[in-house]
Design a protein around this ligand. Structure first.
Ligand code: GDP
Ligand code: MG
Length: 177
């Protein structure tokens, strides 16, 4: 049974771009697009880092977590349900944000859920990643400190399109495997 790593975060932050760059070659890639909400279901892949192999699950992106609230858009509900299924399977959760967007109310809601349920009750590791940090200013401590208030530790900067920052993230992911 391989460890399971799940990618969550709002649509368009770059989850599928990271998924595609870390999965072992020869597997089906996730769709990357600037159109939000393209991944409706979960995409599975396997990845290897420093000789350790794990399953990676790309999700459709979380807009909100209140399961009792049924969104008028059935697709939104479906994506959220699919993401919950993925979180149940997770050993490690990568929570991704977009440096240009900063923290939204949705992110605060997701962070609280990850802190209390995933990190707290289920004792799973949560790795906070700030993507689209494409230059030195965007990945500076000065820029990243705003994300500390999510209560998930200091974020790791990433530029998924340039595969810059991937090594540090995967080091953290496999730390306790
Ligand atoms: P997802 O919805 O979270 O899966 O996001 P995608 O991986 O589909 O990416 C959404 C958009 O963000 C696409 O247009 C990507 O090319 C773009 N994107 C992804 N990673 C980066 C990055 O590191 N820097 C920049 N500037 N754009 C990125
Ligand atoms: Mg995607």
């Amino acid at each position: 049974n391989m460890p399971v790593v799940v990618l969550v975060g709002r649509p368009n932050v770059g989850k599928s771009t990271l998924f595609n760059s870390i999965i072992d070659s020869g597997q089906k890639k996730a769709i990357v697009t600037s159109i939000s909400g393209t991944t409706r279901d979960r995409s599975y892949g396997t990845a290897t880092w420093l000789g350790r192999q794990f399953t990676v699950i790309d999700t459709g992106g979380l807009l909100g977590l209140n399961v009792r609230h049924q969104d008028p858009d059935v697709i939104v509900n479906h994506i959220r349900d699919q993401t919950f299924v993925a979180l149940q399977e997770a050993d490690v959760v990568i929570f991704m944000l977009d440096v240009h967007e900063g923290i939204t109310t949705h992110d605060i809601e997701i962070a609280r859920f990850l802190r209390t349920r995933i990190q707290g009750r289920e004792e799973k590791k949560v790795v906070l990643v700030v993507n689209k940090a494409d230059n030195v200013i965007l990945k500076s401590e000065e820029t990243l400190k705003q994300f500390d208030r999510l209560g998930l530790g200091s974020p790791l900067p990433l530029s998924a399109v340039h595969s810059d920052g991937v090594a540090d993230i995967l080091d953290r992911v496999i730390e306790d495997m």
